[in-house]
Design a protein around this ligand. Sequence first.
Ligand SMILES: Cc1cc2nc3c(=O)[nH]c(=O)nc-3n(C[C@H](O)[C@H](O)[C@H](O)COP(=O)(O)O)c2cc1C
Length: 329
Amino acid sequence: MRSLIKLKGNGIPRTIKSNVIQSPLAGVTDNIFRKLVRRWSSDSLLFTEMVNATSLKLGHGNEKINQISCEDGPVGVQIFDNRPFAVAEAARESESAGAFLIDINMGCPVKKIAKKGGGSALINDPELAVDLVKRISKAVKIPVTVKTRIGWSKYDQSIKDFMLKLQDAGANMLTIHGRTREQGFSGKADWQIIGELKELLEIPVIANGDIRNGEDAKECLRITKADGVMIGRGLLGAPWIVGEIEASINGDKTFKRPTFIDKLMLINEHLESLLEEKGDHGLLIARKHISWTCKDFPKANSLRKKLIRTNCPKEVKELILKAISDLNN
Ligand SMILES: Cc1cc2nc3c(=O)[nH]c(=O)nc-3n(C[C@H](O)[C@H](O)[C@H](O)COP(=O)(O)O)c2cc1C
């Protein structure tokens, strides 16, 4: 039987019907990418890229949340900012746009964001972090969740207190990336520590960090006893991975990993959607996805090099179609 994650909310409770969640990835998890992830996973909770409350107010970030109204399945909006009033307003706007829940980013290590007091800097400012959760919980009826890390520079009692305070303030779920802010993405995510924090908390806990496949997910769930797992970098070039991990956890043997040809068709489809929505600029965005997906099949390396060097969208498409036809023969 599939695990359900039940979130209390602030009037509107929510149930997540999958325990594998797509992480917010800035520059990656836009509406076009999420549509691909959704193809392999009808129930998973997907996240927008992090959205800044100010950019929402100024109208720059709106397309990031307006698109969720026409998507199938649950999509959470992740907001980063450190001004409670602005975040509460952005949360209300996201709720009206159809957000399944609101997540507050308290883990981003990027200096530009932390310097302004947002993302991981909130770990060092529990009072403000608590205020943010309280104000947003008052502003919306849907659940309010937090994504954070196991500490600023080390794991100690202060992060336990921090998480308990967030829970008391009304956070309905915590996603914990098993690294400190100082670690950034180095070292290994500490699932043991996530397990200790899970034991401490009453609200659902999602474990995050270094989960790349079904075996990792099962091992992480065994160690942490978390309510679910969140997949980040494993998604780069592999929008099917959430569905693949779900199938593995649920013992579903019918899942079919995309073949080489499927991958090329996916690259082509992704490129077409980007060109349609963003014009020629879509090719620049497509390049990074192409470089992540175009690997692990015959002649993938030389094809990748050609694809990312070609400036004409039509030529890129022709190269992809030729490669599909070569693989078919
Ligand atoms: C390109 C990239 C963009 C990211 N953007 C966000 C973001 O917008 N919000 C967030 O909370 N975390 C963001 N993260 C962190 C991931 O969500 C995740 O916590 C981290 O990568 C650890 O999980 P993993 O080992 O599965 O990748 C980003 C990470 C990467 C690599």
